[in-house]
Write a protein of this length. Structure first.
Length: 176
């Protein structure tokens, strides 16, 4: 809080008049980030293209963000119950959108028909726990996310979807 007050050129007292504690400040930052992500994703959603093309645009944006954030910051957030609760609730609210995403992918011939996508959406919640575990291992967070998303999407994709996925991931590899 001292560093933040200095960076903003305000007193620590002024900072505490706005935010009651460090968790309150961090929660506001996380909420603001979620609002920005949601607005960005909605903007992409209104563009032309398949659900996979839109997902790739969002993924590129998010991977760029992940490279900017220190893994320790993400680890630190796990110590604040209100932030963890907020992130879990945000994940649950995203479930309805995620279900529509999969249904659209099926209609576009990119995802397999006949899969119970309610189970796939539940898998997203399970994977959040895995991601929390991975944060404390010596892995690059962005690399973990790319790998999880790739394996997941490849498993539910039709041949057409797999071709798009391979093209996207080959492009990612060549941009390194």
């Amino acid at each position: 809080m001292d560093d933040i007050a200095v960076a903003l050129a305000i007193s620590k007292r002024t900072l505490y008049e706005t935010f009651k504690d460090k968790e309150d400040l961090l929660l506001e930052i996380v909420r603001d980030h979620y609002v920005q992500m949601k607005e960005f994703s909605q903007g992409i959603g209104r563009q032309e293209g398949s659900v996979l093309e839109k997902l790739f645009m969002v993924l590129l944006h998010n991977l760029d963000d992940m490279h900017k954030v220190n893994k320790r910051f993400i680890q630190e957030l796990q110590h604040y119950s209100r932030i963890v609760d907020f992130m879990h609730e945000a994940q649950k609210r995203k479930a309805a959108f995620t279900h529509v995403f999969y249904e659209t992918g099926v209609k576009e011939g990119l995802f397999l028909d006949g899969i119970n996508y309610d189970i796939v959406v539940a898998l997203h919640e399970y994977l959040q726990g895995f991601i929390d575990f991975v944060l404390y291992r010596d892995f690059d967070f962005a690399e973990v996310m790319k790998t999880i998303i790739y394996i997941h999407l490849r498993g539910i994709s039709t041949e057409k979807g797999k071709r798009m996925l391979e093209e996207f991931y080959n492009r990612l590899k060549s941009e390194k």
